[in-house]
Design a protein around this ligand. Structure first.
Ligand SMILES: NC(=O)c1ccc[n+]([C@@H]2O[C@H](COP(=O)([O-])OP(=O)(O)OC[C@H]3O[C@@H](n4cnc5c(N)ncnc54)[C@H](OP(=O)(O)O)[C@@H]3O)[C@@H](O)[C@H]2O)c1
Length: 151
């Protein structure tokens, strides 16, 4: 699918968490086709490398970082690397998410609940704070988008 001409992101920098498969991959590729430089975060080095190649094949500047968004200490260094290599972040898509299909509350554990909250809420908050600071330095009118859901 190609981006419509009116959807022009030339000169913009986008960060898509969970960009190495599924919905995040589709968003990352759409942004790249629309002219943005695109960074993706994901844990799988192999999937990251595959999508990085796809992003670069569009002609976009791109970066794929092995980031676990539940590792709070790793978020700021990774975000700074995106800024250093691609420029100030204009667009953040908090897409990384997990669905724990345990069969219901009786099977659910506190540990898996914590992982969902860390992935789908806490990382979204922390990355949004970093991106908001970056955007305040370089204003742009269409900014943070959240896709995540707690399931
Ligand atoms: N598909 C649906 O019908 C649906 C419905 C409602 C909401 N959503 C939400 O939409 C988003 C994308 O859905 P999807 O179906 O495309 O999901 P998916 O195919 O399971 O992909 C999830 C992505 O998130 C990444 N991810 C997961 N945990 C991560 C972590 N701790 N750190 C970094 N990256 C992590 C995964 O990469 P790695 O495994 O390599 O880390 C992968 O790239 C999710 O937030 C999901 O909750 C989806």
């Amino acid at each position: 699918m190609t981006a419509p001409a009116s959807f022009d992101l030339a000169g913009r920098v986008a960060l898509v968490t969970g960009g190495n498969r599924g919905i995040g991959r589709g968003i990352a590729l759409g942004f790249a086709q629309a002219g943005a430089a695109v960074a993706i975060f994901g844990r799988s080095v192999e999937r990251n490398a595959r999508v990085l190649a796809e992003l670069q094949a569009t002609g976009a500047r791109a970066l794929a970082l092995a980031v676990d968004v539940t590792d709070r200490a790793g978020l700021e260094p990774a975000f700074r690397r995106v800024e250093a290599e691609l420029g100030p972040v204009d667009i953040l898509v908090n897409n990384a998410g997990i669905a724990n299909l345990s069969g219901g509350i009786l099977q659910e554990t506190a540990e898996s609940w914590d992982t969902v909250i860390e992935t789908q809420l806490n990382a979204v908050f922390l990355l949004s704070k970093l991106a908001a600071a970056s955007m305040a330095v370089t204003p742009f009118d269409e900014r943070t988008s959240g896709l995540t859901a707690v399931e």
